[in-house]
Write a protein that binds this ligand. Structure first.
Ligand SMILES: [Zn+2]
Length: 79
């Protein structure tokens, strides 16, 4: 597996604590996948606004977007 730009998807969730759309999760993948595959997973997430963290089901994502620069976003969420 070669590491170049990491492609994948970014899921946006509504925070269950503060209600803001500041909760993000990553679904790294090299190939295009269907939204169903992405939504079928559980993601470890945290809110950028209030700091809440927990598990979010992909089914509850309010937005899914594809990106070719996932690496930076992952690094930002690592801690
Ligand atoms: Zn929040």
């Amino acid at each position: 597996m070669t590491i170049g730009k990491t492609q994948g998807y970014i899921l946006t969730f509504r925070c269950v604590n503060c209600g803001k759309h500041e909760v993000f999760a990553n679904y790294p993948c090299k190939d295009l996948v269907t939204a169903d595959q992405i939504r079928a997973r559980i993601y470890r997430v945290s809110c950028n606004s209030c700091g809440w963290s927990g598990d979010a089901c992909g089914l509850s994502a309010i937005h899914i977007s594809h990106t070719s620069e996932l690496k930076a976003r992952i690094a930002g969420q690592a801690n």
